[in-house]
Each structure stands twice: as C-alpha cells, then as structure tokens.
Design a protein around this ligand. Structure first.
Ligand code: NAD
Ligand code: MG
Length: 394
C-alpha cells in the first residue's frame, strides 16, 4: 500500500489525480486531502477515499468541514499552517496541485520529509528552484514533474546523456487569443480569456494560457528542473496540443513526446514512476488527426515570453518576483481593474523596481527570503496597478 496526500484535491489536477487513484483502491491509502472553498467536494472525496485528514485552506470554513465529516472519524483542520502540518504526515507520494505561490511551503515540507513530490504547482520551482532542489537532494526525495511539457521533457530525456542536449522546445496551444490581433487583445474580458481551445483546467492557468504567462512560468520551471540554459529553451505554438515537448540533440536528431491533451497522462506517469502502467486514456489516432502544425509565437502579443527570458538571465529571486506580480496582476484583471495586456506592464514594472536592488534579488535562497520577495513584489504590483487605474496608463 502506498500512502498518498493530495494538495489542491478539489481543483482540476486534484480531481484528475483522484480519478486515477480511485480506480486502484487496493494499491493506495489516502493520508490527507486539501482544498479551498469547495467544502462539499472535499468532504465527499475524503469519505469516498477513506482519507485520514481533510484540510481547507480557509479557517472560516472549518465549522462547515467539521459538520460535513461529523461521525466519519476523519480529522479536520484549516489554514496555511495546517496545510504545512498535513505535508509533515507520513505519505510516500504527495501531489502538489495548489495554484499559486501558496503551494510552495507544503511542497517543501513534504520534500524535507523525503516524500516523492509530484509537482503540478509550477510556481514552486519558479519561486524557489534552487531551494527546492537542494531540499530534495538533502533528504533524497524524488521530484516528479506533472506539468505536461515537463513530464514530456523528462520522458524524452530518458536514457540520453544530458550533455548531448542542444535545445529544448516546449509547445503552447496559444490559448484563447492565439488568432486575435493586439488591439482586440487589449480589450479582452476575463470571460473571453477563460476559455481554452484544448485543455480543461483551473481558471487562473486558463487565463495564464491566453496571456502566455503560463508558458513563461514553464520556461523558468524547465530551466530550474533540468538545469537548461535560457538560450537552450524555445517555445512553439502547436495548436493540436499533442506534441508536448521536443528535445534536440547535438547530432541534429530530435525526440518528441506525444500524448493526448489529458493531464491524467502526466499525473499517471508520476504516480506509476519508475514503472509505466496502463492508463484509462484515449489513444491518439494520428491518421485521423492528419497533420501537426507549429508556428513561432508573436513577441508583441505575448510579452510574457520575453519577461521569462529576462528572469532566466537575471536569476536569483527574480522568478519569485515575476510570479507574485503576475498573481496580483491577474487578480486585478479578473476584477476589471486593468486590461488584459496591462498584466505584462505590471510585471515589467515590478521587475524594473526589484532589479534596482541586487541585495534583494541575490539574497540567499531560503524560505524567509523567498516569502519576503513575494510580499515586496505584491506590494510593488499593487502600487503600479493603482497608478494604472489612476492615470489610465502604466
Ligand atoms: P484549480 O484552480 O482547479 O485548483 C486549485 C486547487 O488549489 C483547489 O483545490 C483550491 O482549493 C486550492 N487552492 C487555491 N488557492 C489556495 C490557497 N491559497 N491555499 C491552499 N489551497 C488553495 O487549479 P489547477 O488547474 O488544478 O492547477 C493547480 C496547479 O497545477 C497550478 O499550479 C497549475 O499551474 C498547475 N497545472 C495545472 C494544469 C491543469 O491542466 N489544470 C496543468 C499543468 C499544471
Ligand atoms: Mg503545462
């Protein structure tokens, strides 16, 4: 029996993970499930899977969770501290599928304990790559990629000497606005940004796909996870979302990873690692699909990609600043306070600001410094948003 904990169990990745483990009840025992506001889903899954503990991120929702699980013997808890405590409980395999920088502290705690960490929460590596890798190295914990592109890279690299890798291409669907002109994108609404051509995901990552901030995070994630240099990393728009990544070698050969646009492939790969096992997914019918297309992204419409390169070149805690600024800018866009293209302006401003303080950016990679940079960047982002809303321009 393997003991499993799922952070962000009520979200899109969390529910896909539960779908896979619920099919194999004899193999897995659930230690803890965590969620946010969706108490009904959290309680229902905790009962169905026989979890020992259910945690909501929101303290005000604890009475509701207690009531929903009364008489079941399932422990309940709430708040950010309770999430970190849940990570300290004995699970062998932990899914990190909280959205945003809030996923960092529980993931680090699980790694400290030596658990295998399946990492959907890309923000963990974007904010604190060196700290995360060092924590895993010290405890001997395994870090397994779940982002589809990074799972694809991981699989495509198997058996090859990493020194023979020349280039790495991660693909992007292009999101909701891949064919929209810039002027139309400036006026895009949250509802328009919240649709995705190929993937069914949480709201925030769906909008990040439309702005390509998701791809920006993934570039930084790939650099941190695999140790590639910024000039080895490229992005191509691939509308079909079937090729997830390609590795180019020094002999000009390329290895591509293909799979259905269903996150249960990457989740299942991490769950079954180091083995491969049958997964209940649609098989690709390439004759029916017929053709695969690739195109270069337009840097003017997708400024997030250049911001990722800027952060990869600068290093230090600048990834944490980019992520925090992006999270605040996304909230402001969702609230109708700034326009779609202004999210990148806010992030640019925050990077301009923090780059003037090398002591801040190059502070040692520990959790306190990361959280400090996160807070400072959120404050700068708020200030630059207030400026936009006051003057109508960034
Ligand atoms: P989601 O919004 O569907 O779910 C997020 C989960 O995190 C929910 O359980 C929610 O309750 C919880 N949560 C939200 N804010 C929280 C907080 N402050 N503290 C604790 N818990 C909180 O998101 P998702 O689409 O499942 O994405 C989860 C993570 O996986 C993100 O980092 C995303 O970038 C990454 N990811 C998602 C996909 C996908 O297909 N959905 C693909 C690749 C990577
Ligand atoms: Mg991805």
């Amino acid at each position: 029996m393997r003991r499993i904990t799922i952070f962000g169990a009520t979200g899109s990745i969390g529910q896909s993970t539960i779908d896979l483990i619920a099919r194999r009840p004899d193999e897995f025992e659930v230690e803890a499930l965590t969620g946010g506001h969706n108490i009904a889903q959290l309680a229902q899954d905790a009962k169905r899977l026989g979890a020992k503990l259910a945690v909501t991120a929101h303290e005000a929702r604890l009475p509701e969770l207690r009531e929903a699980l009364a008489g079941t013997g399932i422990e309940t808890a709430a708040g950010q501290g309770a999430l970190v405590e849940a990570a300290d409980r004995p699970a062998d395999w932990v899914m990190s599928a909280i959205v945003g920088a809030a996923g960092l502290a529980p993931g680090l705690k699980a790694l400290e304990r030596g658990a295998s960490l399946a990492l959907a929460n890309k923000e963990t590596l974007v904010c604190a790559g060196p700290l995360v890798l060092e924590t895993a190295r010290r405890s001997g914990a395994e870090l397994l990629p779940v982002d589809s592109e990074h799972s694809a890279i991981y699989q495509a690299l198997l058996g090859d000497d990493p020194a023979t890798v020349e280039r790495v291409i991660i693909t992007a669907s292009g999101g909701a606005f891949r064919d929209w002109p810039l002027e139309k994108m400036r006026k895009a609404t949250p509802e328009q940004a919240a649709t995705h051509p190929n993937w069914d995901m949480g709201l925030r990552i769906t909008i990040d796909s439309a702005s390509m901030f998701n791809k920006a995070l993934e570039l930084i994630e790939a650099k941190e996870f695999f140790g590639f240099t910024p000039d080895q990393l490229e992005v191509l728009i691939h509308r079909e979302s079937l090729v997830h990544a390609l590795i180019g070698h020094v002999d000009a050969g390329m290895i591509a990873h293909l799979g259905p646009a269903d996150m249960r492939h990457a989740i299942g790969y991490a769950l079954n690692w180091p083995e491969r096992a049958e997964l209940p997914l649609e098989r690709l019918d390439l004759a029916r699909i017929g053709s695969l297309s690739f195109e270069a992204p337009d840097p003017e419409r997708f400024p997030a990609l250049a911001l990722a390169h800027r952060v990869m070149e600068r290093g230090g805690l600048s990834g944490c600043a980019l992520n925090a600024a992006k999270e605040v800018a996304l909230d402001a866009f969702l609230a109708g306070r700034i326009g779609f293209m202004e999210m990148a302006d806010v992030v640019t401003r925050v990077l301009d600001h923090i780059e003037t303080d090398s002591g801040l950016i190059d502070a040692a990679f520990d959790l306190d410094n990361v959280l400090n940079m996160d807070q400072i960047s959120r404050r700068y982002a708020e200030e630059s948003i207030s400026e936009v809303t006051r003057t109508g321009t960034v």
